[in-house]
Design a protein around this ligand. Structure first.
Ligand code: PLP
Length: 447
C-alpha cells in the first residue's frame, strides 16, 4: 500500500484516539491547524518506517509503551514459541505457566511486599481495579463508609469513567462531568512551582501538608490516595522530589488510607530504578502496571496487592470476593511478551546501561537549555523534558509537524517538549535527537 492510500482509507474507516478527526482532513492541508496522520509500515529498534521508506525515530516509545525497540528479536521469538503452545485460556478457574511465572517475578521485584497479581488488559482498567479493590477491602473489614478517593492535581490515571474520577485533566472533566464522581484533589508536588529560594523538597513538603489537610478532615470517608510516583507524565512531565512519597506513605498509614501507586508510565526502569517508588524507600498497598510491561507488544496490565488487602477478601462468601473480570485477563501471549521483556532487563543489565544512556540524553539536550524561550529543562532517568515559552496555542502542533519533517516522532504535551525513548537508543541517535529538537524548535517558534 502507498502512504496516500493508507491515509485515505484510515481517515475513512478509523476513529483515532483522543483526536479531533477534522484536524487530519486533507481539506485542511494548506491550513495552519492541519495535523497530518503518519502512515507506518514497519518498525525496527527505535525506528518506524512509512510505506515509502521514510524513517522516524520513535523518541516517545509509541506513547510510552515500548522499552526495547520495535520488533525485538528476543520478544518476537518468545511470542512465536508461545503461539505454538497456548494463545489464550480463561483465567477464571484455570491457570497457565506464563501468567504464574509473570506474577511470581513481579511479586519478587517488590521483595514479596505485593504478592498477589490481578491481571487486566489496559492501564485504565488497572486503575479501576485498584479503586474497587480498595473500597471493597474496607467494606469487607466493616468500614463501608470508606468509599471515596484522593488524587493529585494534574494527575492522570486513564480515561474510562471510573478512572476519570481520579484524573484531574480539565478538558476531560469538563466534557464528561455528569458521568463522574470526582475525587478530592490534593495539591501537586510539581517542582516547577518552587518559589524563589524554595527547593524541590520544600515544594514536596508544602504539597504533603495539603494532602494532610484533606485526610485529616475526610479520612473516615476516604478509601485510598492514588499517585503517580516521581513524574506526573501526562501533566507535562511534572517531576517532583521523592520526599513527597515518603510523607504520603506516612500520612496514609496515620489516617488508615490505602496508598495506590500508578506506575503504568513510570515503572519498568523509566525513572532509573525498576519501580519509581523505590527511590522513596516505600511500598504502596496497591501497585498498577501496564504500558511497558509487555515491552510495548500487547495490551496487558496488572494490579499487585499487599497480603493485608488480599486477606480482606478471603472468606466463604462470594459477595466478599473481588468481583471483577475481563475476557482477556492474563492472556498467555501478553504474559509471555512480558516475561521476555523481564529477561531482557536481566540479560542487557538494563538499569545500569540506562544510567549511561541517561547521561548521553542529558548531554545532547543540554544546549537546548540555553535557548531564551526554554524553561525548566529537567530529567529523571530515561525521561527528559523542557517547557517552551510561546503564547500561541498552536506551538505543540507546529513542533510535532516540524519534528516529523526531520524524521523524529515527538508529541509535545501543551508547551512541554519531552523525550522518552526506547532503551536501545544509541549515543549517535541521542545526538540526532538533540540536534533535531533544536532545529524543530527554531522552525516552530514564532519569530
Ligand atoms: C497511560 C496511563 C494510564 C492509562 O493507561 P491506558 O492503557 O492508556 O488505559 C493510567 N495511568 C498512567 C499514569 C498512564 O500514563
Amino acid at each position: 500500500m502507498t502512504n496516500d492510500e493508507l491515509l485515505r482509507r484510515s481517515l475513512a474507516a478509523i476513529w483515532h484516539p483522543c483526536t479531533q478527526m477534522k484536524q487530519h482532513s486533507p481539506a485542511l492541508a494548506a491550513h495552519e491547524s492541519w495535523l497530518p496522520l503518519t502512515p507506518i509500515a514497519r518498525g525496527e529498534g527505535v525506528w518506524l518506517t512509512d510505506c515509502e521508506g521514510k524513517r522516524y525515530l520513535d523518541a516517545i516509545s509509541s506513547w510510552w509503551v515500548n522499552l526495547f525497540g520495535h520488533c525485538h528479536p528476543a520478544i518476537n521469538a518468545a511470542l512465536r514459541d508461545q503461539l505454538e503452545t497456548l494463545e489464550h485460556v480463561l483465567l477464571a478457574g484455570f491457570t497457565h505457566t506464563p501468567a504464574v511465572t509473570l506474577a511470581e517475578r513481579l511479586s519478587a521485584l517488590t521483595d514479596g511486599a505485593l504478592g498477589h497479581c490481578f491481571f487486566a488488559s489496559d492501564g485504565a482498567s488497572a486503575t479501576e481495579i485498584a479503586l474497587k479493590m480498595s473500597v471493597h477491602a474496607w467494606r469487607n473489614r466493616g468500614r463501608s463508609e470508606k468509599c471515596e478517593f484522593v488524587c493529585v492535581a494534574g494527575g492522570y490515571h486513564g480515561e474510562t469513567v471510573g478512572a476519570l474520577a481520579v484524573t484531574d485533566v480539565a478538558i476531560f472533566r469538563a466534557a464528561y462531568a455528569p458521568l463522574i464522581r470526582a475525587a478530592a484533589v490534593a495539591p501537586s508536588p510539581d517542582a516547577r512551582q518552587a518559589a524563589a529560594g524554595e527547593s524541590a523538597v520544600d515544594v514536596a513538603r508544602r504539597a504533603a501538608a495539603g494532602l494532610e489537610a484533606i485526610l485529616a478532615d475526610q479520612h473516615e470517608r476516604i478509601a485510598a490516595f492514588i499517585v503517580e510516583p516521581l513524574i506526573q507524565c501526562a501533566n507535562g512531565m511534572a517531576m517532583y522530589d521523592p520526599e513527597y512519597l515518603r510523607l504520603a506513605r506516612a500520612l496514609c498509614d496515620r489516617y488508615e488510607v490505602h496508598l495506590i501507586c500508578d506506575e503504568i508510565a513510570v515503572g519498568y526502569g523509566r525513572t532509573g530504578t525498576f519501580f519509581a517508588h523505590e527511590q522513596a524507600g516505600i511500598r504502596p498497598d496497591l501497585l498498577c502496571l501496564s504500558k511497558g510491561i509487555s515491552g510495548g507488544y500487547l495490551p496487558l496490565s496488572v494490579v499487585l496487592s499487599s497480603d493485608a488487602i488480599y486477606a480482606a477478601f478471603w472468606d466463604d462468601s462470594t459477595t466478599r470476593a473481588f468481583l471483577h473480570s475481563h475476557s482477556y485477563t492474563g492472556n498467555a501471549l501478553a504474559c509471555r511478551a512480558a516475561l521476555a521483556t523481564l529477561d531482557l532487563f536481566a540479560s542487557q543489565n538494563t538499569l545500569a546501561a540506562n544510567r549511561q544512556l541517561a547521561q548521553h540524553i542529558a548531554q545532547h539536550l543540554a544546549p537546548l537549555g540555553e535557548h531564551p524561550q526554554v524553561r525548566h529543562l529537567r530529567q529523571r532517568g530515561m525521561i527528559a523534558a523542557f517547557d517552551v515559552v510561546d503564547s500561541d496555542p498552536g506551538f505543540g502542533r507546529r513542533f510535532h509537524r516540524e519534528a516529523l519533517a526531520r524524521g523524529l516522532l515527538l508529541r509535545p504535551i501543551g508547551n512541554t517538549v519531552y523525550v522518552m525513548p526506547p532503551y536501545l537508543i544509541t549515543e549517535n541517535e541521542c545526538a540526532l535527537l538533540g540536534q533535531g529538537i533544536g532545529a524543530a524548535l527554531r522552525a516552530s517558534l514564532q519569530p
